[in-house]
Structures are given as C-alpha cells and as structure tokens.
Write a protein of this length. Structure first.
Length: 110
C-alpha cells in the first residue's frame, strides 16, 4: 500500500531542495524526520512538513497503526512556476530575478 502527500508551490529552489531530498531517500519516515530536524537548510523544513503529512494520511485514510514500518519509497522535487521580479541596474537597465518554486511529492510504503 502506497501513501502519498504533495507540497505544491513551495517557495524554494528545486535544485536546492533536491540536495535535501537526496539525504532521506529510501530511509524510514521516522529516521527521515530526525535527519531533517538537524539539517540547516531552508528546504528541510518544507520537506519535513510533507513527510509528516504523508504519515498522517497513512494513519487517517489507510488505518496504519505502526508508523515505524513506513519507508520513503519515492521523494521527488519538481519545478513549479517561476515568479519574475525586476531589479534596477545602472544606466536605466533592469535585470530579471527569478524566484523559483517547487512541487514536493513523497510516497510512503509499508
């Protein structure tokens, strides 16, 4: 049985979030949360929220009692829409700043 949770439009760069996702891929849900609590990256907090949501989905929707048996089968970070902002530069020019967003998907299995 697979349980899924998604975090959509998370305001973190997908490239940086993938570095954090690689730390917990294949680990148990409890171990992943412990690892992420001590990871000093912005994306760690967002990925922790999605993992906790998936664990909660397993308990509520699928009646899983023992969460220690849940493992991260798949964790994926895809790019979302890019917010475009402009920064004034010299000689009346402007450069674009791209504020990237991510879609985080976590699949747990027993």
């Amino acid at each position: 049985m697979d349980v899924q949770a998604k975090g959509r439009y998370v305001r973190v760069s997908p490239r940086k979030a993938r570095l954090v996702a690689d730390l917990v891929r294949g680990k148990s849900a409890e171990a992943a949360i412990d690892i992420l609590n001590f990871t000093p990256k912005k994306a760690a907090k967002d990925i922790t929220k999605v993992i906790k949501s998936a664990v909660s989905n397993a308990e509520e929707n699928h009646g899983v009692r023992d969460i220690s048996g849940l493992k991260i089968k798949e964790i994926r970070v895809d790019g979302g829409p890019i917010l475009k902002r402009y920064m004034p530069r010299a000689y009346g020019r402007a450069t674009m700043i791209r504020k990237r967003t991510s879609h985080i998907t976590v699949v747990l299995s027993e």
